[in-house]
Write a protein that binds this ligand. Structure first.
Ligand SMILES: Nc1ncnc2c1ncn2[C@@H]1O[C@H](COP(=O)(O)OP(=O)(O)OP(=O)(O)O)[C@@H](O)[C@H]1O
Ligand SMILES: N[C@@H](CCO)C(=O)O
Length: 320
């Protein structure tokens, strides 16, 4: 018997203007997955879930329905077909859930990434992190019906990740400016990614597209040149934010509170309801996060929330 524990942190998809093509990882909180390998198969499936904690009983124990076990099944199929590793034993999986569900914090992707980094270690590192991203993306399809990569890729690789193309998958890792801090505020309410995607337009005007890609290009340039003002000016989303903001009680008050407290910019984290802001120092990011929390509380919905201040995670998923 051999046991390995994997960890992967929360991620923020879209980063305002980069719908489905840009995301980044923060250092905490994150999900933990413990895998135990035994030599002999003892259930129909090569992977079974022994326990899940921290989810209030909400997550499926069926290995094909939970993102953590589903991606390990895909990983095992792949190493059998492409790495000549024929696994005949059994993997027992324990998921320690620390990320809230349907939060916009990449909860489903963190479970998948933590499980994959542990499975790869358990099997003697047959895959690169870049290969693991493919399975993590398939986990997103199980979670919300869409195989978007802007949570799954940074959960595994860390840093900012730009998805230049989905077919074929072409990922570009962008290192973060040294003093960039994220304030992430999670109001105590859920917004399912599948629903938040259903309110988006299927077509946009050329004028809207022009605005959006101008901002994506500028944001990437700002990150690469550590131009904090440019990063702030580029955090503009004219496609998803206008449709999703009404689904988040207090969104406009929270965004205004962040900007008034010195944030470079502020937008919806992934599909929401969490909201993120960037600042150019830890001290400002803390003040910004507290102001956002207060704004949620004093909004019409009086929402309690949790808040994290973090630099960008450089390492991605790791073994604990
Ligand atoms: N290990 C898992 N962790 C979280 N959700 C899971 C997991 N496995 C399956 N799911 C399913 O995925 C859905 C949650 O996915 P959803 O995409 O809405 O949340 P999220 O990952 O927090 O969102 P976002 O991508 O916006 O950050 C739930 O229906 C849940 O049952
Ligand atoms: N890009 C995805 C992220 C989900 O967290 C979306 O906006 O639906």
């Amino acid at each position: 018997m051999k046991t390995v524990k994997g960890f992967a942190s929360a991620t923020v998809g879209n980063v305002a203007c980069g719908f489905d093509v840009l995301g980044f990882a923060i250092t905490e909180p994150g999900d933990e997955v413990i895998l135990t390998l035994s030599d002999r198969a003892h259930t129909d499936s090569p992977v079974s879930i022994s326990a899940i904690t921290g989810d209030g009983g909400a997550l499926p124990l069926d290995p094909k329905k939970n993102t953590s076990s589903f991606v390990v099944l895909k990983f095992l199929e792949y190493i059998r077909a492409h790495k000549q590793i024929d696994f005949t034993g059994h993997i027992s999986l324990e998921l320690r859930k620390h990320l809230p569900l349907s939060s916009g914090m990449g909860s489903s992707a963190a479970s998948a990434a933590a499980a994959l980094i542990a499975a790869n270690e358990l099997m003697g590192l047959p895959c690169s992190k870049m290969e693991l991203v493919h399975f993590a993306i398939e986990g997103e399809r199980v979670a919300c019906g869409s195989a978007h990569a802007d949570n799954a890729a940074p959960a595994i690789l860390g840093n900012f990740v730009l998805i230049r193309s989905y077919t074929p998958l072409d990922l570009i890792t962008i290192p973060s400016p040294e003093h960039l801090y994220c304030s992430l505020v999670h109001p105590h309410t859920e917004l399912r990614t599948a629903y938040a995607r259903s309110v988006l337009p299927q077509e946009i005007s050329l004028k809207t597209a022009t605005q959006q890609w101008g901002n994506v290009g500028a944001l990437v340039t700002g990150l690469l040149t550590s131009d904090y003002d440019l990063i702030g000016r580029s955090l503009v989303d004219v496609i998803a934010e206008p449709k999703r903001a009404p689904l988040i009680p207090g969104f406009f008050e929270v965004k205004q509170a962040a900007l008034d407290s010195g944030a470079l910019g502020c937008s919806i984290a992934g599909s929401g309801p969490s909201i993120f802001a960037f600042s150019s120092s830890e001290k400002t990011a803390l003040a910004v996060g507290n102001a956002m929390k207060e704004a949620f509380l004093h909004s019409k919905a009086h929402l309690q929330s949790d808040m994290w201040v973090s630099p960008i995670c450089k390492e991605g998923a790791r073994i604990l």
